[in-house]
Design a protein around this ligand. Structure first.
Ligand code: HEM
Ligand code: HEM
Ligand SMILES: Nc1nc2c(c(=O)[nH]1)N[C@H]1C(S)=C(S)[C@@H](COP(=O)(O)O)O[C@H]1N2
Ligand SMILES: [Mo]
Length: 424
């Protein structure tokens, strides 16, 4: 006799077209459960089965939200990979100086799609929740692997969004280093996502593009009173995503800066109207940057080693360029920079054509105290050792006396308080 609820309603397994025997197996499992627990188990299964019929939990809702997440995670992954390559000098990719605003676009997009993914993921987990309790929990080895991949996908997604959001809000509560952890888990999460898409391909296709005989429920069917419709649920999710975007995107899209209420930064707020990432005091350069003994040294593979005072630097030919600072954390701000073209200094020192260089900051600790200037950046006419921002002497917090500013370059590599250029 099959186990039954007190009401006498037989327990049914979640209907699965491929597994006609699932119901029998479920009954066999239920029969092994001690009698007192059996009723509880049966009613839990019945409750789950009812939940699975609600529009918000159906395959179509899962597939629609899944498709949106598939797009947003792919965009995050590709823009994230580009960010990684742009920062890490490697043998096979050298970040070009043009187009000047490329990194501003890709990293703004990375953080914006990351933020949009938060309401999408919460909605998806809500929609998917009753599907997690499959009976029996494991059917065969492939099914076990699929269940494990679901666990990895959910944990990885939560980790990516949690760490990304915290970092872009400049909150570092983790005991590990954000960048390598976010990078490694990105690969794992995308791997699990590909497995998930493979596992759900057929059901997704049926749910999104049903043939006439596959329609989930008859058109125009009445949703039980009080139940959330799919349209209402997806509409609320889209509205949440829209509001979050509108209140944060102004950190990089200037015209929307006034409504950027939730953005950690505004592009027009900071020292001399431009945000500051690490102030001079925090970098420990208050004395060294203002010292009369300051010299810019150009050495390494040069014909003539240079040592220039601030007055000498100010006396050289200056060039002005409008360039953004694009922080990896998602904000960016445009300014007019005036200074000495990097390539002019290299030429003056007699560096070889196509030479690369490392620039060093007066800052004595921290990961951003030096950066690599590849050949494309070193020889672009707009790559400057800036002395001025928006027509005024560079503020101490923006890198006085001398900072690097170049087109298409992550903010972390726009090194401030430069005192040495080593030609390679
Ligand atoms: C970050 C991205 C995603 C996460 C975290 C996620 C999470 C989940 C979870 C936890 C389930 C419950 C499934 C189970 O226990 O077997 C599920 C089901 C499902 N997902 Fe995803 N998913 C994601 C992306 C996608 C994508 C890209 C698609 C494809 C368009 C998709 C389509 C589906 C479908 C069709 C189901 C099954 C619904 C059913 O059986 O009725 N998901 N998802
Ligand atoms: C599935 C979602 C995501 C994926 C696959 C992803 C992937 C990546 C990758 C591969 C990097 C490059 C790491 C490196 O340079 O080694 C990166 C960087 C970054 N991501 Fe994400 N990310 C995701 C979501 C997010 C979210 C939601 C945010 C914030 C709202 C975010 C913020 C950042 C930030 C601030 C960086 C720059 C780190 C740095 O260089 O200092 N990410 N991401
Ligand atoms: N020496 C040094 N240069 C630095 C940093 C730093 O910490 N130390 N931070 C970088 C980062 S992360 C960014 S986004 C830009 C910000 O420049 P700003 O403070 O002038 O806006 O400076 C870069 N240059
Ligand atoms: Mo930054």
């Amino acid at each position: 006799m099959p186990p039954s609820e007190p009401s006498g309603r037989p327990v049914t397994a979640h209907p699965s077209p491929k597994e006609p025997a699932a119901g029998d197996r479920l009954n066999r499992i239920a029969n092994r459960i001690p009698a007192p627990l059996r009723a509880g188990f049966a009613s839990a299964v019945a409750r789950r089965d009812r939940a699975l019929e609600a529009p918000v939990h159906q395959a179509r809702t899962n597939a629609l939200l899944g498709a949106a997440l598939g797009v947003s995670f792919t965009v995050c992954f590709l823009t994230g990979l580009y960010s990684h390559l742009a920062q890490q000098p490697s043998g096979f990719f050298s970040n070009p100086a043009r187009p000047a605003g490329l990194y501003r676009f890709t990293q703004g997009l990375h953080v914006a799609t990351g933020i949009v993914s938060v309401p999408l993921l919460l909605a998806k987990l809500w929609a998917a929740f009753p599907h997690l309790f499959q009976t029996p929990p494991v059917r065969h080895i492939a099914h076990l692997l699929e269940r494990v991949s679901i666990a990895i996908l959910v944990a990885g997604s939560l980790f990516m969004l949690g760490t990304g959001l915290a970092n872009s809000a400049r909150w570092y509560p983790f005991p590990f280093n954000f960048v390598p952890a976010h990078y490694a888990v990105a690969w794992i999460t995308i791997g699990a996502l590909i497995v998930h898409i493979g596992a759900k391909a057929t059901i997704s296709r049926r749910a999104l593009f049903p043939a006439a005989d596959e329609v989930d429920r008859p058109a125009g069917e009445v949703v039980p009173a009080g139940a959330l419709t799919r349209r209402g649920f997806l509409g609320a999710t889209a509205a949440g995503a829209g509001i979050l975007t509108l209140t944060t995107i102004g950190q990089t899209v200037e015209p929307l800066k006034e409504v950027a209420r939730l953005a950690p930064r505004r592009p027009d707020q900071g020292v001399d109207g431009v945000p500051v990432n690490r102030p001079a005091a925090e970098a420990g350069v208050l004395q060294s940057a203002r010292s009369p003994d300051y010299r810019l040294v150009v050495d390494g593979k040069v014909k003539k080693k240079l040592q220039l005072t601030l007055a000498q630097l100010q006396g050289m030919d200056q060039h002005t360029a409008g360039l953004p600072i694009t922080c990896v954390e998602g904000w960016s701000a445009q300014a007019n920079w005036t200074g000495i073209p990097f390539r002019d200094l290299l030429a003056l020192a007699g560096a070889a054509d196509g030479a690369e260089a490392t620039v060093y900051s007066l800052q004595t600790g921290g990961s951003y105290r030096s950066s690599e200037v590849n050949s494309s950046h070193a020889h672009d006419g707009d790559t400057l050792l800036a002395l001025q921002m928006n027509g005024r002497e560079l503020a101490l917090d923006h890198g006085f006396p001398l900072r690097l500013i170049a087109p298409n370059r992550p903010g972390v590599n726009q090194t401030k308080w430069i005192y040495r250029i080593e030609v390679k």
